[in-house]
Design a binder for this molecule. Sequence first.
Ligand SMILES: Nc1ncnc2c1ncn2[C@@H]1O[C@H](COP(=O)(O)OP(=O)(O)OP(=O)(O)O)[C@@H](O)[C@H]1O
Ligand SMILES: [Mg+2]
Length: 364
Amino acid sequence: MQNNTQPDIYLRNLCKRFGDIIAVQNLTLEVHKGEFLTLLGPSGSGKTTTLRMIGGFEKPTEGEIYIQGELVNDKPPNKRSTRTVFQDLSLFPHMTVGENIGYGLLFQGLNKNDRKNKALKALELVGLEGLYKRKVTTLSGGQKQRVALARALVTQPPILLLDEPLGALDEKLRERMQAELKNLHQMLGISFIAVTHNQEEALTMSDRIAIINKGRLEQVATPREIYENPKTEFVADFIGLANILEGEIIEDNTGVEKLLSNGLEYFIPTKDKFNKGDNVILMVRPERIAIGDKVKGYKNSFSVTVRNILYKGVCSEFYISFDNDQEMRIRVESKSFWQDRFTGGKITIGWDERDTVVLKRESK
Ligand SMILES: Nc1ncnc2c1ncn2[C@@H]1O[C@H](COP(=O)(O)OP(=O)(O)OP(=O)(O)O)[C@@H](O)[C@H]1O
Ligand SMILES: [Mg+2]
């Protein structure tokens, strides 16, 4: 049965244990039709295991996997609507590019000519026209990556699974391939589920990101939501750079909520409603903190000591400390005349309280 609102993939309370190791715990997640969803998390968090269960290469210990409305727990990989590009690509080294791509079509009852035409089309799709007869061992890393993609796409699967698709590439090529993968996804209109531990890649390519930590789903949301509005302390800390303060909610005599942290008071966004005395964390990104004249009318404004400045080309990172010894990192656009003139001295820093995220503290 199929309808338009039905998710392409529905994982329900998925668990996977390997002996004593709990790789995936109680994971519930929907992937919408035509969506680019990325599973992002630290090493060992269960991303590959989740993807392998969707592809049929691993059996869930508990829970269900539905693909396009059908329960597929007991179906082998080749009976599912998914194709997988593995992290190591798994190309056949003794075969040519064309043979590698055509391999996936062998069991579809197509004649040799049709197989070749389809393989040529898939090669064109990934920008490798003219390499049909090449041995895969003679290809560059980026070319191999594209061949693996073409091999998965040649069968026109409704759902493509990608495990660290760009992991083996150098940074320049990785950036280019990120754009290409995104284009390819838009062109094909099928669902892509990718696994990565590279957050920039996830933020750039995905429609939504699912953050996995210790086998559990922490948050699933658009890249912007994940970055601007993390729902847990883990997500706040894991994505991007974050300054995190711990403190307690206080109110001034007009009822304005503030955070009291180690003797200093910080204004927080009024949309966050906490109770007086709540233990919370406050997160502010280094690039949202201004220095010097730029602090303007910010309510959160402090005189701090510069401990160190790291020059990083486009930006410079200031390591500063408050009067209560609280440390923070600040990222500002570099100025050629700064050099080290601030180090050891005092500067004014500040931020708009709307650029902070306040979360209830999780019990550890
Ligand atoms: N076949 C297996 N047997 C035993 N333990 C396994 C097996 N496969 C995975 N694990 C364990 O399950 C946990 C999750 O592994 P998984 O490969 O899913 O992590 P990952 O998030 O993909 O990490 P990485 O980013 O390093 O690839 C790890 O602790 C891993 O050691
Ligand atoms: Mg992995």
